[in-house]
Design a protein around this ligand. Structure first.
Ligand SMILES: C[S@@+](CC[C@H](N)C(=O)[O-])C[C@H]1O[C@@H](n2cnc3c(N)ncnc32)[C@H](O)[C@@H]1O
Length: 304
């Protein structure tokens, strides 16, 4: 662990914890001194371990997305990893900086949104944590695409999210199991939307997936789910960077249209598996003649 200058004086630690005031995580900063967050972070760790988070992360580069006070980033650092923690709020807005100073931690922090992750800017990682973030995002697939782009070959992503299988909000506002509506709904990828703070009055809650939708979204982002665990209201998945050529192609296509002005010379749509056509006039003419040929062949076949 690359820690130095750890503060050990109990009174000084308590003073700094109180001065911060706003805590989300419970972090034991010294024996018996725990930050006063009311999150269940400590009970999430054994679940992550059950689905495969290694006890030894030496030599691994880890990214903690939406790190808040940094509990999981500090755990990974203790396990030997070189850690980058990101969150879209400043590091003093949460308890991150206070905890980092007290621990003498070497975890690097970057105020960054998940959507801006890029291999050019951040490099690539062996283990990525995206815990309690996905259901806050207006564009969950764009986030998963960005996450996939900063993962090394065989890197693993750990996702934890609010899930709707046991917490589906019906039209009348009552909450129940998705399978009580119809058992088949569990086998269909579904995201429930939460406009105007309709989940717990929190306007930053956007979309909740069922487990089927979470696994589907990961596959669509070229991530292969390896292990998962569902708890009432929450889902945990470990997924490995995949190599699905088609998923990759659609990721690139979507990103290009997102980030650049429309360019008619760029291959735009697929009409047959794996075949890219362009939308220039020449391309369209080629398409028209191809489909005329096909129609002619069809007419012959059916004897007209
Ligand atoms: C519910 S907390 C989860 C904190 C921690 N990861 C955990 O599991 O305990 C969600 C965190 O995600 C951060 N967040 C939300 N949207 C984000 C985004 N677009 N990019 C980076 N962080 C984001 C929030 O600031 C917050 O700290």
């Amino acid at each position: 662990v690359k820690r130095s200058g750890r503060i050990t004086d109990a009174a000084e630690i308590r003073k700094r914890i109180d001065a911060q005031g706003r805590w989300w995580h419970e972090i034991e900063l010294a024996p018996g001194i725990v930050t006063p967050g009311d999150d269940t972070n400590q009970s999430k760790l054994p679940i992550l371990e059950r689905i495969g988070l290694p006890k030894d992360l030496s030599g691994r580069r880890v990214l903690d997305i939406g790190c808040s006070d940094g509990y999981f980033a500090f755990v990974c650092e203790e396990r030997g990893a070189d850690v980058l923690a990101i969150d879209f709020v400043p590091e003093d807005y949460t308890g991150f900086n206070t905890a980092k100073t007290i621990l003498g931690s070497g975890v690097e922090y970057s105020m960054e949104s998940v959507y801006n992750l890029s291999p050019d800017k951040h490099g690539c990682f062996d283990v990525v944590l995206c815990l309690g973030v996905l259901y806050h995002l207006r564009n969950p697939m764009a986030a998963l695409d960005a996450i996939r782009s900063i993962m090394n070959t065989k890197a693993e992503l750990f996702v934890a999210t609010f899930m709707i299988d046991e917490h589906f909000i019906r039209a009348d506002g009552t909450v129940g199991k998705l399978s009580d509506l119809h058992p088949e709904l569990q086998e269909i990828p579904i995201w429930q939307a939460y406009p105007r703070g309709s989940l717990n009055g929190d306007h930053t809650n956007c979309f909740g997936p069922n487990m089927c939708a979470l696994l589907t979204a990961l596959r669509e982002a070229n991530l292969d789910p390896l292990q998962h665990e569902a708890l009432p209201g929450a889902g945990f998945v470990r997924a490995r960077a995949g190599s699905d050529v088609l998923a990759e192609k659609y990721q690139r296509l979507d990103q290009r249209l997102h980030k650049t002005a429309f360019d008619p010379s760029v291959p735009y749509y697929l009409d047959e598996l794996g075949e890219v056509h362009d939308v220039t006039e020449a391309g369209k003419e080629h398409q028209r003649s191809q489909s005329k040929k096909k129609m002619g062949l069809l007419a012959k076949l059916i004897g007209r």
